[in-house]
Design a protein around this ligand. Structure first.
Ligand code: NAD
Length: 455
């Protein structure tokens, strides 16, 4: 296994060293091909995503395909400008001379992706790495096997096989890859494996970007527009059956509006998925039985008073109904780990300082959502998180002008748009001195001019 991984990386390194991937037209061609690969094969991808995750067609199209193709197009249009050597200002002491910053590709990079958005979370970093001129090894998740197989097969047809390679498989294959020396690694997934990746990378001093998860809170204040808050939190919690790293993991709701908010959530579930969400083509499934049993275990763990919405679980069918829990204690099982399923615990508060204190006592979340007319800025000022949305959910990840990444336990580094180009580039500082210039002998041993001053 290791020998195969070594051979693969050597092959890609040879391509990189030939200079082929540095060429801007090559980069544009690969990004165009990536975008075409996703649009030409829409039906095949929608089918694979349905097999792996029961992904509703719209969610699969919007969240995996269209978003990734649009990122590839955006990068293709802008990379010429970003890749230009840019000049930098110089203090007088360094003149005459010229300073500039060159963006250089890092080399051969590794992208390790998870199963929940198995196209998007592979194609987005791949596109960024290509825009920056790297050769790329892609490792899709074995837990989304249909999508992994399709991506690997199509990549061979659309992308340059000497510079972009797909390795399918699980822990063994990833471990063999991690033994190799890469020039950058972008890993998306859980924090336990994130630590394994960071340790393996440290052995080669390889820089890493870790895109991890965590318990992202939503806060609904007493002056929030409740209909909007319920609808937008429902979107974040129940698309992809809650298996979204930036989903609202749980909601803090002001006691004055708590009951009305929960009623509105119940209405949202009915309007979106009907009386029996199991029959709805628009509600997804849990990725596998192990994860379905894990989510069921969180429900069985107690620590809440009522379950006003949902609660049905069929582990074999990988079905967990959209579920709301109320009267949730901060030490409930559902509050102990990232839920990553369609269960929304609701916790009450009287003063905005309560959710703020709770957030600050835990790990920094990947996302934070606040619905409030008066306290949004206070929440932003007194907490930190990878990203945040005021009066909405999840939209912080889509504008290409915004960096996407975690902080603390939710990860480090960022990508999307120009931020991804920067992540996969080395910024080389260049100082050019004109050859006609003869510098004064001040800073030359025996440093006579400084002797007195420094004595
Ligand atoms: P996963 O199980 O698919 O693992 C991710 C990748 O790690 C896979 O390619 C897998 O092969 C590899 N892997 C697994 N075990 C390994 C090991 N022991 N050694 C080396 N490689 C290994 O996905 P997951 O971790 O279950 O994903 C869910 C988690 O990812 C959640 O915590 C979620 O919040 C987080 N996530 C974060 C983002 C983000 O962008 N920040 C996006 C999606 C998911």
């Amino acid at each position: 296994m290791s020998a195969a991984a070594e051979q693969l990386v050597t092959r890609l390194r040879t391509t990189f060293e030939s200079g082929r991937t540095r060429d801007l037209d090559w980069r544009r061609d690969q990004l165009r091909a990536l975008s075409r690969m996703l649009t030409d094969n829409e039906d095949a991808f929608l089918g694979a995503l349905a097999d792996d995750l029961g992904k509703p067609r719209f969610e699969a199209w919007a969240g995996d395909l269209a978003a990734s193709a649009s990122e590839a197009d955006h990068l293709r249009k802008h990379l010429g400008n970003w890749a230009k050597e840019s000049s930098a200002r110089l203090p007088l002491a360094f003149r005459p001379g010229r300073a500039s910053v060159q963006h250089q590709p890092r080399g051969v990079v590794l992208v390790v992706a998870p199963w929940n958005y198995p196209v998007y979370l592979l194609a987005m970093p791949l596109a960024a790495a290509l825009a920056a001129g790297n050769a790329v090894v892609c490792k899709p998740s074995e837990l989304a096997p249909a999508t992994s197989a399709l991506l690997s097969r199509l990549a061979g047809d659309y992308l340059d096989p000497d510079a972009i390679a797909f390795v399918e498989g699980g822990v063994e294959e990833t471990t063999a890859l991690l033994e190799q020396r890469f020039d950058h690694i972008l890993y998306t997934g859980n924090g336990a494996v994130g630590r394994i990746v960071a340790e393996a990378a440290a052995r080669h001093l390889t820089p890493t970007t870790l895109e991890l998860g965590g318990k992202s809170p939503a806060i609904v204040d007493k002056d929030a527009n409740l209909k909007q808050a319920a609808s937008r939190i429902a979107f974040a919690k129940w698309s992809n059956a809650g298996q979204t790293c930036i989903a609202a993991d749980h909601a803090w709701v002001h006691h004055e509006v708590h009951d009305e908010f929960v009623d509105r959530l119940a209405t949202e579930v009915r309007e979106r998925y009907g009386d029996d969400p199991r029959q709805s083509p628009d509600f997804g499934r849990i990725v596998n039985e192990r994860h379905a049993a894990r989510v069921a275990g969180l429900l069985d763990g107690g620590g809440y008073d009522e379950m006003p919405v949902g609660g049905t679980v069929d582990i074999e069918a990988r079905y967990v109904a959209p579920t709301v829990l109320t009267g949730v204690k901060p030490d409930a099982a559902v509050m102990g780990e990232e839920i990553f399923g369609p269960v929304l615990p609701v916790l009450g508060f009287d003063d905005i300082s309560e959710p703020i204190t709770h957030i600050n006592r835990g790990d920094h979340p990947l996302a934070l959502y606040v619905f409030s007319k008066t306290n949004a800025d206070r929440v932003l000022a007194e907490t930190t998180s990878g990203g945040a949305c005021v009066n909405d959910t999840m939209l912080q990840v889509f504008p290409p002008s915004l960096p996407f990444g975690g902080v603390g336990a939710s990860g480090y580094g960022a990508y999307h748009g120009k931020w991804g180009f920067e992540t996969f580039s080395h910024r080389r500082a260049v100082y050019r001195r004109p050859s006609f210039f003869v510098e004064p002998a001040l800073a030359k041993a025996p440093y006579t001019a400084f002797k007195e001053r420094l004595a």
